[in-house]
Design a protein around this ligand. Structure first.
Ligand code: FE2
Ligand code: FE2
Length: 285
């Protein structure tokens, strides 16, 4: 810990005065030294310092206690940090440079750029961002383990196919584009299964895409389907709701009453089933 001379030097550098009297009063007498460092006495001694030396003297008294604590424990903090770093390095974990973004944000920014580069229009990109946010919000309310990375990327990329297709084929088209870019298969499945809450083989055939069952199966696929439809309702030009919550509470009624949002009767039934399943999960403890 700093001795009286060092404390005085620090005060001199800080204020232009050495306040040696204060530092001597605190440190010099071994019989009172411990008591004069007691932080429970700060109010009493602080008042005395204020009366004798003014607010600057009071500050130097407080700084003395502070500098002692720093000298005593500062190295503990440094040793601990060094020890943690050494341990992490031993296991091959190295700290990221502080200016770098966390990798998940870098991935999402790259996905956003990928949408634009692929030719997805600005309005559709905004829609994709909204679905990404909504899907994460829904996921956070479900009391089950979910893959947030998958939900975020799947929500953001689900309409990649709108770069080329617009109708019922855009999920399949998006997955084809994504596959050529090396996007993971779980995200391709989210793209393929989101259209109309999962096309049947017959509907797929009518859409001119491979005839298979596109039903969403994983929780992540179902959440993106739900988020996509909620965003459609919330931002509908017909202004069918006045709040995001209302889109959930009136979901069934809205899809029944608005064929343009439902797309088809079959799709509406699948959307409502998916909505009920997710709401059940949200409301289960
Ligand atoms: Fe879509
Ligand atoms: Fe969408």
């Amino acid at each position: 810990m700093p001795n009286i001379e060092e404390h005085s030097r620090i005060s001199l550098a800080r204020t232009g005065k050495d306040y040696a009297e204060i530092h001597e009063w605190i440190d010099k007498d071994p019989l009172t030294k411990v008591e004069r460092h007691d932080i429970t006495k700060i109010h009493e001694y602080g008042q005395m310092m204020l009366n004798r030396y003014g607010s600057e003297g009071l500050q130097e008294y407080l700084q003395h206690i502070h500098d002692d604590l720093l000298a005593r424990f500062g190295h503990v903090k440094e040793d601990l940090e060094k020890s943690v770093q050494d341990t992490l390095a031993y296991f091959g974990v190295t700290a990221r440079p502080s200016k770098a973004l966390p990798s998940e944000y870098e991935t999402l920014l790259a996905d956003l750029e990928l949408l634009r580069q692929a030719g997805v229009g600005p309005d559709d990109v905004i829609h994709c961002q909204r679905v990404c946010r909504k899907a994460l919000e829904i996921a956070s309310k479900i009391n089950k383990p979910v893959n947030y990375d998958l939900i975020a990327r799947g929500g953001l990329l689900h309409d990649l196919g709108k770069a080329k297709g617009r109708a019922d084929d855009h999920g399949y088209v998006g997955a084809e584009i994504g596959r050529s870019m090396g996007i993971p298969s779980e995200i391709l499945r989210i793209m393929e299964t989101h259209v109309k809450a999962g096309l049947t083989p017959k509907e797929a055939s009518e859409a001119g895409i491979p005839e298979k069952d596109y039903t969403p199966e994983t929780l992540e696929e179902k959440i993106v389907v739900y988020a996509d439809k909620l965003v459609d309702i919330i931002y509908s030009p017909d202004q069918v709701v006045s709040s995001e919550t209302e889109a959930e509470t009136r979901f069934t009624e809205i899809l029944t009453a608005h064929p343009n949002l439902a797309k088809s009767k079959e799709a509406a039934q699948r959307q409502i089933r998916n909505h009920l399943e997710i709401q059940f999960m949200i409301n289960s403890i």
